[in-house]
Design a protein around this ligand. Structure first.
Ligand code: NAD
Length: 462
């Protein structure tokens, strides 16, 4: 057990204002592995002041120099990749391979992409008789969740720094250790004092103080809809800019001509990866009624294969929440084709990979974000029916379409109310804009679109 001190503020680790601590638990064995300080309103205030003080200097730093610092940051992350992966495995419970490739690998790619974008982005343009400047929005308050703990921090921090903004991050209370490691990396990369600040703490205390602080110009939040609504209300009340990423209930639409086995296997892997704790997971599989029984059988077999390879959920609360949804699915008449509410291990917050068949669109498990290894298989009669079901939730974050050919899949995907669609198994692209239609959120992350979120325009007329 390691008791960590301090918050990374203004380029140094400073003692927290209050005595409170947060325990960090390894969800695989339920042991307390560390404590971090529980930041207060006072810590947030000091951090925001540091970010404000650093803003003019960083905003005026030439983009090429900001790019060089981001490239240095990427190099430090590469050098510390094993440590990052081990830390995420310890506090989130993800299997070591996933921690290496995704939890450490994706943030490296994203930081690298912003090092490049900072160097090449047109921060100034001409239109008619005007010059348009793209200037940093100011001080960013970033509130992040635990599901991809480093990625969520990097997806906000890297574009903010590339834009010339300064940042205060309040990471999730379940996963503060990789956030501390990131602050060390920022320091090693030579990013000037005050440009990046980290305050660990509880959401309703430190998170809320950050959202409400008058010195914050933009609040970028990823997490639950309930908290997102609250943050949106605070931000609009104070006329601050806000970005919200609030999860999803994405559809994996398998059209009749598709390679059924591949579509089902990739779909199951997509849901079970990270123990289902992925906002963009395709948790509803939509299959034509002629192929329905075969698809359910394939999905159940694929889920069973995951059995021991799946990590635990992040916390006891999350496990209980997911089990509650499984019980609700059964109570509302869905049929368990694989898994169920029982834990496959004696210790740790595990839930078995679960597949529900005979799910109808109105059921709770077909409408609400479960955030666990639970797949619902729904049947449709024709393409219009499939589209109605696919679009029939309050969310619209991601999705997939499988068809005999790309043209047919694209034609369907154009009609989907969602921010991202993978066509016939298309791969993750760290440059493509990521974000939601409808209640999945406001704003976009990643790539040039993610950078634009942290910029505001000023035009000169000549
Ligand atoms: P949450 O929304 O409570 O927490 C996310 C972040 O917000 C954390 O840093 C938390 O400390 C902070 N926070 C909490 N209350 C706050 C407040 N009043 N003001 C400011 N910040 C506050 O999410 P959770 O409880 O960790 O997870 C609950 C559910 O949210 C999950 O089951 C899942 O459905 C969803 N979720 C979605 C995502 C996503 O990527 N969209 C990520 C995590 C969780």
């Amino acid at each position: 057990m390691k008791a960590h001190d301090g918050m990374y503020i203004d380029g140094a680790w400073r003692p927290a204002a209050g005595p409170g601590v947060i325990e960090v638990v390894n969800p695989a064995d339920e042991q307390v592995i560390a404590t971090v300080p529980a930041g207060t309103v006072e810590d947030i205030d000091v951090a925001v002041r540091a970010a404000r003080a650093a803003l003019p200097g960083w905003a005026a730093t030439p983009p090429a120099e900001r790019a060089a610092r981001l490239a240095a940051l990427r190099d430090v992350l590469v050098a510390r990749q094993d440590e990052i992966a081990e830390t995420v495995t310890a506090e989130l419970g993800s299997p070591p391979k996933l921690s290496q490739t995704v939890h450490a690998g994706v943030p490296i790619a994203v930081t690298g992409s912003y090092a490049e974008l900072a160097a090449t982005y047109a921060f100034e343009e001409r239109t008619g008789n005007s010059t348009v400047l793209h200037e940093p929005v100011g001080v960013v308050g970033a509130i992040t969740p635990w599901n991809y703990p480093l990625h969520q921090i990097v997806a906000k921090t890297a574009p903010a720094l590339a834009a010339g903004c300064t940042v205060v991050v309040k990471p999730a209370e379940d996963t503060p250790l990789v956030a501390r490691l990131f602050a060390e990396a920022v320091h090693e990369a030579g990013i000037p004092a005050g440009v990046f600040n980290l305050v660990t703490g509880l959401g309703p205390v430190a998170g809320q103080a950050l959202a409400e602080h008058p010195g914050v110009d933009l609040v970028s939040f990823t997490g639950s809809t309930a908290v997102g609504r609250r943050i949106g209300a605070i931000a609009s009340g104070m006329v601050k800019k806000v970005a919200l990423e609030l999860g999803g209930k994405s559809a994996n639409v398998i059209l009749p001509g598709a390679d059924l086995a591949r579509a089902v296997n990739v779909g199951v892997a997509n849901v079970m990866s990270n123990s289902g704790q992925t906002c963009s997971a395709w948790t509803r599989m939509l299959v034509h009624h002629d192929q329905y029984d075969e698809a359910v059988e394939l999905a159940a077999a694929a889920a069973a294969k995951y059995g021991d390879r799946i990590g635990p959920l992040v916390s006891a609360t999350q496990r209980d929440r997911v089990r509650g949804y499984i019980a609700k699915g059964v109570a509302e008449g869905a049929r368990l084709a694989a898994g169920g509410p029982d834990s496959p291990h004696e210790r740790g917050y595990y839930v078995s990979p679960t597949v529900f068949a005979d799910v109808t669109p109105g059921m709770t498990i077909a409408q609400e974000e479960i955030f666990g290894p639970v797949l619902s298989v729904l049947r449709y009669t024709d393409e219009d029916d499939a589209l109605r079901i696919a679009n029939g939730t309050v969310y619209g974050l991601a999705g997939a379409v499988w068809a005999a050919d790309e043209t047919e899949a694209v034609a369907f995907a154009r009609r989907m109310e969602t921010g991202q669609v993978d066509i016939n198994g298309g791969r993750f692209n760290p440059l493509a804009p990521f974000g939601g239609y409808k209640q999945s959120g406001v704003g976009r992350e990643l790539g040039a679109h993610g950078l634009a979120e942290y910029l505001q325009t000023k035009s000169f007329q000549f």
